[in-house]
Write a protein that binds this ligand. Structure first.
Ligand code: OAD
Length: 251
């Protein structure tokens, strides 16, 4: 159930921050992590998503990410991504802060996308840090090496690694200064990202969760809407359009 309060607040908002997780891409066919059948129920993150695993067995880790890349490169933004991008029609500044590494918010047309956990479409050399963002590497079966001798790895944040500082600093700024923060499709258990909605709450923002399931954020949020991103976000857009028509006619 979407409240009238939320729609009214949206029409008056200057800055809306949309904090997203894997659930937003579920309707594009990209698996989430913690659902039954999700990535972390089939694979061990400690064997695949950390630096020690890559140093010990770079080819295995590379292959696992290539398989995920194949899914991501074939995925298209869904109605939820498009509706999040569409909020820009109504709100002067919409900032998308995502834990997703699939690039689908950018593909859907969101102007400001802050990627907290990196981007699976990009790479860098583990040894010297040189970037390798050329698309050919995305279909390379064998772990590529840099002229410096280092192995090239996906530009994603692994367990035990720090989030990119520019991304988390800007995300915290957007959480503090927004009027409304949506938390969409995230289990709200991976820190420091999970702290962003709480930071927004402390700073006086109206916090709205959209998720078919309860999360640790649910009891703190002003509203918790039980539903999927691909249904609820377009419905919010529909209600915003309905609100907008009378105000335009009255000019
Ligand atoms: P999770 O897999 O932990 O949680 C996905 C959330 O999305 C759950 O709360 C689901 O109930 C919800 N969900 C599922 N389908 C949905 C839909 N169609 N619409 C809305 N919500 C839906 O994924 P994240 O919270 O994104 O980090 O996980 C956070 C981080 O943990 C990831 O970025 C990744 C992982 O380890 C790294 O790899 C660094």
């Amino acid at each position: 159930m979407i409240s009238r309060t939320l729609i009214e607040r949206l029409t008056n908002a200057r800055l809306v921050t949309v904090f997203t997780g894997a659930g937003v891409s579920a309707e594009s066919g990209v698996a989430t992590f913690r659902a039954q059948g999700g990535l972390w129920s089939k694979f061990k993150p400690e064997e695949l998503a950390n630096l020690d695993a890559f140093l010990a067995n770079p080819q295995m880790v590379w292959e696992w990410y290539q398989a995920r890349r194949e899914v991501v490169l074939n995925a298209k933004p869904n109605d939820g991504h498009h509706a999040i991008a569409g909020l820009e029609e109504f709100v002067p500044h919409v900032s998308v802060v995502t834990q997703n590494i699939d690039g689908l918010h950018t593909e859907a047309g969101s102007s400001e996308v802050i990627e907290l956990h990196g981007n699976i479409r990009k790479n860098f050399c583990q040894n010297c840090g040189v970037r390798y963002d050329d698309l050919e590497l995305l279909t390379e079966h064998h772990v590529p090496s840099c002229p410096c001798g280092g192995n090239i790895r996906p530009d994603v944040v692994w367990f035990g690694e720090l989030l990119p500082s520019t991304a988390i600093e800007l995300a915290e700024k957007r959480a503090k200064e927004c009027n409304i923060l949506f938390s969409v499709g995230t289990s709200s258990i991976v820190w420091p990202a999970a702290g962003l909605p709480l930071l927004a709450l402390d700073s006086g923002a109206y916090v709205v969760e959209i998720n078919p399931a309860q999360t640790p954020l649910t009891r703190h949020a002003h509203e918790s809407i039980r539903g999927t991103s691909g249904v609820v976000m377009p419905e919010i857009m529909r209600l915003l359009r309905e609100m907008k028509i009378p105000s335009e006619l009255s000019k």
